[in-house]
Design a protein around this ligand. Structure first.
Ligand code: ATP
Ligand code: PH2
Length: 166
């Protein structure tokens, strides 16, 4: 059984449709879906705002590399073509953590190294798991107190499964 926290992001095209495509694509593996947030860009600042959300997924047959590959397949399905680091994209799926797994392979760093600095990940993750701990970095509540969350605004529109306990 492998359980993962995934971060979804989109700032090109129909952003909400891109996030929906990801939720639908992870199908029966999806255990929980966060609210959607509109977030000011980090990294490359001169680009459109993102929509971000977080999923908790669980599947007996998918390991950490499987979550990465499934995310990348959905990114392709969403028509992702760019390769500017931290630049705009139709859909980005990052593997934030996989329970019990650490990895230093550059193709799959776990936990994802950007997590502690990104309110766009920690705010929606906190909605789903307020007591979550980022391995090596501590409770996400403590990490959030160090971040500026003013650019992270919850939007009305939700994703499939967001209001249900799956
Ligand atoms: N935990 C992870 N989740 C997703 N991709 C990862 C992870 N660790 C390493 N990678 C690798 O990162 C590479 C580039 O990913 P991507 O283009 O999405 O980076 P980015 O979103 O611009 O930056 P960042 O990784 O800081 O969010 C991919 O080839 C992928 O193999
Ligand atoms: N707010 C926000 N900014 C970003 C994001 C993202 O998902 N949200 N993803 C990026 C590409 O890795 C670059 N910048």
């Amino acid at each position: 059984m492998s359980r993962a926290v995934l971060s979804l992001g989109s700032n090109l095209g129909d952003r909400l449709a891109m996030l929906r495509l990801a939720v639908t694509g992870f199908g029966a593996s999806v255990q929980a879906v966060s609210p959607v947030y509109e977030t000011a860009p980090w990294g490359v600042l001169d680009q459109p705002d993102f929509l971000n959300a977080v999923l908790i997924v669980e599947d007996a047959d998918v390991d950490a590399w499987g979550w990465l590959r499934r995310g990348q397949a959905l990114e392709s399905e969403a028509g992702r073509v760019r390769e500017i680091r931290w630049g705009p994209r139709t859909l980005d799926v990052d593997v934030v953590t996989v329970d019990g797994v650490r990895s230093e392979d550059p193709e799959l760093l776990l936990p994802h190294p950007g997590t502690a600095d990104r309110a766009s990940v920690l705010v929606p993750w906190h909605d789903l798991e307020p007591a979550a701990v980022l391995p090596g970095r501590g409770p996400i509540t403590a990490l959030l107190t160090k971040l500026d969350t003013s650019g992270v605004r919850r939007v009305e529109a939700g994703l499939p499964g967001a209001s249900e306990v799956l």
